[in-house]
Design a protein around this ligand. Structure first.
Ligand code: TRH
Length: 365
């Protein structure tokens, strides 16, 4: 267990509203588990959609208003919310808005809790500038801190469990013979048809693992039936939705990972394998700035491998032709593997997000 900083708080409440998909609960569940298992904290997780939690944590029971999973106390967050005593630290994930009765309880607590908005991950520099700033509540004697995950020491870092990298390297040491193994977690807007065509026509055999939901729906728009499919030189295999730790193992085991959103994107970076990110679309194309900011950090060099990697990200996220980008990406695969490991090493030198958050909150009121 990590050494506790002076004046650290024991009782943490995390609030999570599932907007869509699995990223909101994915981040909160991972954080809750790590605060419990590595920092020994008492953690309550309030989540409004238990089925989303159950998808990534199959032991969760969707019928229970209150249960404990892996040491984390899980509450179903419903409209008739009630709590006796607020935590000492309150994490409002992704500005999900705390219930008014809870805010009132926070305001009347003898010692005001530390209230933190855990924000979305962005490589943009404004996120570093905002990291750690506060905002007073308009009417109650409370202030909220903004905590931004990120890719530099000026941010709150990324979620990374203590033994993650050693576990990954021990369980799945490098392999690089055919068939090429690929995991495909994407939105249904990705140019999946072009990827399937390129894999089918490739002289190299591949296996592509496809999770249910949007990725499988995208595949089924191009291949008839339920699969698995042999499509030219590619085998396309549907997978069940995996528990979060098993999804990590899939990323460790595959040669190339297509990931999306926020949490799988981070986990692919810890896998240290070439990955392709489909960013979550935002209004007015705000996501394109976010994508460019990440590429400027991760793919800053001007060499053939970095250019091929960047080109693949751009093609996967736009309507550009995918075929040439994929061919260049594959041709540079070994070098991109080396770049992925170097990037992982750079990120792993930063404090992990859970530890940074515990240190950030210690002693604050
Ligand atoms: O599911 P996502 O697209 O989630 C999000 C949300 O849409 C959110 O609203 C948005 O703001 C955010 O993206 C940017 O992608 P993400 O973040 O990768 O979350 C997926 C989670 O599901 C992650 O924790 C990994 C997990 N997962 C499993 O546990 N098992 C699986 O089989 C798969 C495919 C994923």
């Amino acid at each position: 267990m990590a050494a506790m900083p002076q004046n650290s708080y024991q009782h943490w409440d995390i609030f999570c509203r599932v907007i869509d998909n699995f990223g909101d609960i994915g981040v909160c569940w991972r954080l809750a588990r790590q605060l419990r298992s590595e920092h020994g904290l008492e953690v309550r997780l309030w989540v409004d959609e238990l089925p989303a939690l159950q998808a990534i944590c199959p032991e969760a029971d969707v019928t229970l208003p209150l249960q404990t999973c892996q040491g984390v106390v899980i509450h179903h967050w419903t409209d008739n919310f009630a709590v006796d005593c607020p935590g000492e630290v309150i994490i409002e994930a992704f500005a999900c808005e705390l219930p008014p009765s809870y805010l009132a309880a926070m305001a009347s607590a003898p010692q005001k809790p530390v209230w933190v908005n855990l924000d979305y991950l962005s490589a943009e520099t404004w996120a570093e500038e905002w990291h750690g700033l506060t905002s007073p509540h308009p009417s109650l004697p409370l202030k909220k801190y903004f905590f931004f995950p990120g890719f530099s020491e000026r941010s709150g870092g990324l979620l990374r469990e203590n033994s993650l990298l050693s576990q990954c390297d021990t369980e799945y040491p490098a392999k690089s013979d055919e068939p090429l193994t690929i995991s495909l977690f994407c939105y249904d807007t990705a140019p999946v048809g072009e990827l399937l065509a390129a894999l089918a026509a490739s002289p190299h055999a591949s296996i592509c693992y496809v999770p249910p939901g949007k990725p499988l729906a995208a595949v089924r728009r191009h291949l008839a039936g339920d699969g698995p499919w042999q499509h030219g030189n590619a085998r396309i295999e549907p997978l069940p939705f995996l528990a979060q730790d098993d999804y990590d193992r899939l990323l460790w085991r595959c040669d190339i990972n297509f990931v999306r959103g926020e949490d799988s994107f981070v986990r692919a970076q810890w896998a240290g394998k070439p990955f392709v990110w489909q960013i979550y679309r935002q209004e007015e194309d705000a996501h394109l700035l976010k994508l460019a900011a990440f590429l400027d950090r991760c793919c800053a060099a001007d060499d053939p491998a970095t250019r091929a990697w960047r080109q693949m990200f751009e093609a996967w996220n736009s309507s550009q032709e995918l075929g040439p980008a994929w061919t260049a990406f594959l041709a540079q695969n070994l070098e991109i593997r080396r770049l992925s490991l170097a990037w992982r090493e750079k990120l792993a030198a930063l404090p992990d997000l859970a530890t940074a958050l515990v240190n950030f909150c210690a002693g604050k009121v």
